[in-house]
Ligand binder design. Structure first.
Ligand code: SF4
Length: 327
């Protein structure tokens, strides 16, 4: 059983008579002690999905199951325990740190809220946590505004770790940082993930980075996970035309990989989530669409063990006539 399972999750927002389906039947899972990368274009619903997992948005349909319990059914102490066990690391650490609390007080606040340790032991624990993320006692009295972006993200990570979580959800946690320190923060995440055996859902748009750090990967398009599998399978044997197009648009620093790279261009803009195309939602941009793709939505199906775990595409589906592509 996976630590976190997201089953057929749908999230809608309504405004001015328009309904936007930001997440539309998304399914994925994260085991304890593994890194799952979640990729897709901006606006495909990655962050909305992740925020729904931690209760920042409500699901219109589907469910989130954590450690065997349906999260929407949790109340009282069980709900508080869940909120403690799943921590969110935001892209911009300033959005999760109070400008009025010093670094030490920000970390101590997490211990206080969840009543972790005796009050007398918390100052020492704060210093331990700061050292764990590569800061020192000298940083404890500083305000977030006096820190660099990388230092702020270290404080946000220390605050998340303070409550002894079992899972971190990292929402593009390095994309707001200088390129020169991204690797340090990523290595910190990986070290902590291994040291504490955390499940880690990592949202990213840098496919090279996601490939490097992930055990498994889920590819999201217009609110739905269209392909998922091991990082090796998804990146080396992508089954879904959208995954192939995403990879084709990403140059590789490895000359061998770069030579093998398809150069299929991802045409057109991401359609609006308020007007999701009928049939396969990718058919308006798919270079290999079949006639049936415009009318029949593909269901997720398992694929060869050598390839991804599951894909939502008619191509190669023995149950679907494979007529000539229409474009
Ligand atoms: Fe392309 Fe059809 Fe597969 Fe959709 S179902 S990705 S349109 S081939």
């Amino acid at each position: 059983m996976s630590l976190l399972t997201i089953e057929d999750l749908t999230v809608k927002f309504s405004s001015g008579g328009t309904t936007v389906t930001a997440v539309d039947g998304a399914t994925l899972s994260v085991d304890g002690d593994e890194v799952v990368g979640l990729v897709g274009e901006s606006g495909c619903g990655k962050s909305t999905l992740a925020r729904t997992v931690v209760g920042l948005h409500s699901a219109a349909n589907g469910q989130v199951v954590f450690d065997g319990q349906v999260v929407s059914s949790l109340r009282g102490s069980a709900l508080r325990a869940y909120r403690r066990q799943v921590q969110y690391v935001f892209q911009d650490p300033l959005s999760s740190l109070s400008p009025r609390l010093s670094v030490g007080k920000a970390v101590a606040e997490a211990l206080d809220i969840h009543r972790i340790g005796r009050p007398s032991s918390r100052p020492a624990r704060v210093l331990e946590l700061l050292e764990l993320v590569g800061l020192s006692a000298a940083h404890a009295d500083r305000m977030p505004s006096a820190l660099s972006g990388g230092q702020r993200q270290r404080v946000a990570i220390a605050r998340a770790l303070a409550v002894e979580p079992r899972m971190l959800i990292c929402d593009e946690p390095v994309s707001a940082l200088d390129v020169s320190i991204r690797a340090q923060i990523i290595n910190l995440f990986l070290d902590l993930q291994r040291e504490f055996g955390l499940g880690l859902l990592f949202i990213g748009h840098d496919l090279g980075l996601v490939r490097r750090i992930s055990d498994r990967v889920a590819v999201m398009y217009l609110g739905r996970v269209v392909e998922r599998g091991t990082a090796h399978a998804v990146f080396d044997q992508p089954q879904h035309p959208y995954t192939r197009a995403l990879l084709a648009a990403t140059p590789s620093a490895d000359p061998v990989v770069e030579r093998r790279r398809d150069h299929v261009l991802l045409a057109g803009e991401l359609p609006s989530p308020s007007n999701i195309p009928a049939g396969c939602r990718f058919h308006t941009r798919c270079p290999v669409a079949l006639p049936t793709c415009a009318t029949v939505e593909p269901v997720e199906r398992p694929v060869d063990q050598e390839a991804s775990d599951a894909v939502s595409c008619h191509l190669g589906d023995p149950a679907v006539p494979q007529e000539l592509a229409v474009s």
